[in-house]
Design a protein around this ligand. Structure first.
Ligand SMILES: Cc1ncc(COP(=O)(O)O)c(C=O)c1O
Length: 526
């Protein structure tokens, strides 16, 4: 089959005035069909033993569920598969390609030493069901990471099993609910306070647990309005969920007063630790009066986002909440490690399990490798460098773009869209034009408290000359937008990406999630 059959030549992005090529490709921009469209019946990249014929009388061990037709896998040779996936990988922007300024996500470098350690025999080959007596080193590793997390946060306990930040939020808020239950106050303390700038997962978690969420406004400096917070605190409040540094990239400088007021009202302080990467090694959340906080290992401790497998969002807990940490608990008796599973006797009232097994071993290993390879001083240096980079971006662009708030920022630089006023260019257009310049766009329209927000998190990973080029590219876009003559150009961006602007509403409302032979590419593109 001619592979070009799968191509959708007409929708290829780029300069429509350029002459067509024979293949439909544009240099290294190759229009890639789906692997199913490339496959040939009967072709196979590996040698497998012939299956026994269906009629051979082999005992049906599948209780009648044995497949009796072809499953329709695409047939390709090994080089075809390798080429296909390599071409696909080149369509994606990745942190291994360049500056990835997606604010709030902390797209920092994933050091290769982490990968090396995670693949060591004995770690890479672990199975969650193998006997605990054969996984003693793994339990010691989990405990060593737990020790670091407790030390860096100044908190006495940590629940290691949650699978991501949002799952950690669920864990922490369940611990708060359990503590309130034990105090006999779960029924009356129904309100969770969350700043207007909160990440959506905060109110979603609280609401999923049956709490009523009340927003707290931001003050003119992008921080929690303390007076408004105090006015909401009362005997019906269960907790505040607060991100620090907050989602505007600013340190909540009244944090001690906030935590004192929350505790005086009998409520708990949940800290969203997604931005811990800005303060690790410099500030211990435990010293600020935090009762629990999740740590996104993929942000602060450099584990891969998604691509490396499931995530990890351990939750550190204060002494008041430690007894409610979910199972499993890793316990040391003398020289031996054991895992306290559901129902085991421990010194507390665990929540039960939040997920299968003990947490994400691969992520634990990578995070510990990162911590040990940096050391305490290196971790501090990394957070300082992240803050320095963000301030460098902000200071370098503040004459052409509009910082959302006055003063220095922490690890991310937040701009609003006033610099685009009356230019006909929106935040979205600006972001799309960044793609043509070879950059993944920054986070847009978040946090909601800032009009047309552009949240840039350069992280500590980028060399100064790369940051300088990034800054120069943004400067040139801002100046072009402000020239008042480029709105149409911006609206047409991206021109050089494999796809231009998609119909995001259609994609969300009528997603084509599965290819069927009748789903021609043409239909999917319509
Ligand atoms: C401030 C904040 N809170 C919570 C989360 C949720 O974390 P996760 O994506 O690990 O579930 C994020 C993720 O970006 C975040 O930025």
């Amino acid at each position: 089959m001619d592979r070009s059959q799968g191509r959708t030549g007409g929708v290829f992005a780029g300069d429509s005035m350029a002459p067509a090529t024979f293949t439909g490709n544009r240099a290294l921009q190759i229009e890639e069909p789906l692997i199913f469209e490339m496959g040939q019946p009967g072709r196979c990249g590996v040698d497998l033993p012939e299956p026994p014929p269906r009629s051979s009388g082999v005992k049906d061990r599948l209780n009648g569920l044995r497949r009796n037709g072809e499953i329709g896998l695409p047939g390709l040779s090994e080089p075809q598969v390798v080429q296909h996936y390599t071409r696909l990988s080149q369509k994606n922007y990745a942190i291994d390609m360049g500056v990835y300024p997606l604010g709030s996500c902390t797209m920092k470098h994933n050091p290769r030493i982490n990968e090396k350690v995670a693949r060591l025999p004995g770690i890479g080959d672990l199975h969650p069901l193998q006997p605990v007596s054969t996984a003693q080193g793994a339990l010691a590793l989990i405990d060593a990471l737990a020790h670091w997390l407790k030390t860096l946060t100044g908190m006495p306990a940590v629940a290691m099993s949650p699978a991501a930040g949002a799952h950690g939020e669920m864990c922490g808020m369940m611990a708060i609910a359990a503590a309130l239950e034990a105090r006999g106050e779960r029924a009356v303390r129904k309100v969770v306070l969350a700043p207007e700038s909160a990440h959506g997962t905060n109110p979603a978690t609280a609401a999923a647990l049956g709490f009523t969420v009340k927003p707290i406004p931001a003050n003119a400096h992008g921080r929690v309005d303390l007076a408004a917070l105090k006015a909401e605190l009362g005997p019906d409040v269960a907790a505040i969920m607060l991100t620090n540094p907050n989602t505007c990239g600013l340190f909540e400088n009244e944090i001690i007063e906030i935590s004192k007021a929350v505790h005086a009202a009998g409520a708990y302080f949940y800290c969203d630790g997604a931005n811990f990467n800005a303060i690790v090694g410099r500030v211990r959340p435990g010293d600020l009066g935090v009762d629990c906080m999740h740590i996104n290992l993929h942000k602060t401790f450099s584990t891969p986002h998604g691509g490396g497998g499931p995530g990890a969002g351990p939750v550190v807990l204060s002494a008041a909440l430690a007894p409610y940490a979910p199972y499993p608990w890793i316990v040391k008796n003398g020289d031996t490690w054991s895992v306290a599973e559901d129902g085991a006797k421990v010194d507390g009232q665990p929540l039960g399990r939040l997920k299968a097994f003990h947490g994400q071993m691969g992520m634990f290993t990578r995070a510990l490798a990162y911590i040990l390879s940096h050391g305490a001083d290196g971790l501090k240096q990394a957070s300082e460098d992240a803050v320095l980079s963000a301030n460098y971006v902000m200071a370098s662009l503040k004459d052409v773009m509009t910082p959302a708030f006055e003063g220095p920022c922490m690890h991310e630089a937040l701009f609003d869209d006033s610099f685009l006023k009356d230019t006909g260019v929106s935040t979205l257009d600006f972001a799309k034009a960044m793609i043509d310049e070879g950059y993944h766009p920054m986070t847009m329209y978040f946090p909601l408290v800032v009009h047309g927000a552009m949240l840039i998190e350069p992280t500590e990973s980028q060399a100064k000359e790369d940051l300088d080029l990034f800054i120069a590219a943004l400067r040139s876009l801002a100046e072009r937008a402000q020239s008042g003559t480029a709105a149409e150009d911006f609206k047409a961006a991206p021109r050089y990406a494999p796809r231009r602007r998609l119909d995001e509403t259609l994609a969300a409302r009528k997603p084509v999630l599965r290819w069927r032979p009748s789903n021609s590419l043409k239909q999917a593109a319509e």
